[in-house]
Design a protein. Structure first.
Length: 277
């Protein structure tokens, strides 16, 4: 039920980089009525080579608080410091609900919220266990999720497959809500699609959109393009994204002799011209 004052929402995320969770968080924050909701976002520092959306958030009128010890990787000392700082912040700011994004921020954020007795919504688009993760890492995060499940009032996940993965890990299915990620489709393609710098005209183009980081496996694009070119010799790959593996990807492209067949474009905004192309 709506109280007689604005609802105070505190969002906790590992970092406001150019990744999907951060962009999703900003869209969600901008969509809420400022007369009904007071919002603050707590995040760690954005790493070198990553797109930093902190300035964008503040320009949009969103309050952002940085906790330097809040990182993506597990670190007992830094994580304990982060929990303590979050508990102190929650005590001062007095949120009505804490919303956590990403696995690591979801861990420290839910622990701190539990200490303060604040309701928690854990929103995520992936899990840090299961296919694609090592046995040790998967086992650890399954244990963490089972421990934190009682402290989580609601899980919001992007699809049924992810919901099933959490149910198998021991999460009560009645706490899982599926809210699919929305995407604005580009407007109708113009009769003459615009040229995109770095992308040649007259060749079939494959566009790869995503962060250039280990979980996205961007280095796999090189052997995949080699296989595609066996049937489509003039295939070209345009990589739109930024991240810590950019230099390694460019080196792999050069080593494979594919410099004329791949363009690493960096962070692309707007993306419509590339999709039209």
């Amino acid at each position: 039920m709506m109280p007689d004052r604005p609802i105070r929402i505190c969002r906790v995320i590992a970092r406001l980089n150019g990744g999907g969770p951060a962009i999703h968080l900003l869209h969600l924050a901008r969509a809420l009525d400022p007369e009904r909701f007071v919002q603050v976002t707590v995040g760690g520092r954005v790493g070198p080579g990553e797109v930093d959306l902190t300035t964008d958030a503040r320009r949009a009128g969103l309050e952002v608080v940085t906790i330097p010890s809040l990182g993506r990787e597990l670190h007992p000392v830094a994580d304990a410091v982060t929990v303590a700082r979050l508990v102190a912040f929650f005590r001062k700011w007095r949120p009505d609900v804490v919303e956590t994004h990403t696995a690591k921020a979801g861990t420290v954020g839910r622990v701190a919220a539990r200490v303060r007795g604040v309701p928690v919504v854990h929103s995520l688009s992936m899990a840090n266990f299961g296919p694609g993760f090592g046995r040790g890492e998967s086992a650890l995060f399954r244990v963490i999720e089972r421990v934190l499940e009682p402290a989580t009032d609601r899980y919001v996940v992007v699809g049924a497959d992810l919901a099933r993965r959490f149910e198998v890990a021991g999460v009560d299915g009645t706490r899982l809500a599926i809210v699919r990620s929305a995407a604005t489709l580009p407007a109708e393609c113009p009769a003459e699609p615009p040229s995109v710098p770095g992308v040649p005209d007259g060749r079939p183009v494959i566009v790869a959109l995503g962060a250039l980081e280990p979980r996205k496996h961007p280095l796999d694009l090189v052997p995949l393009l080699t296989r595609v070119q066996r049937e489509v010799p003039d295939a070209f790959v345009a990589v739109a994204g930024e991240g810590p593996l950019r230099e390694e990807l460019e080196a792999a492209v050069a080593a494979a002799g594919l410099v004329d067949d791949v363009a690493v474009l960096g962070y692309a905004k707007p993306v419509e011209p590339l999709l039209w192309r």
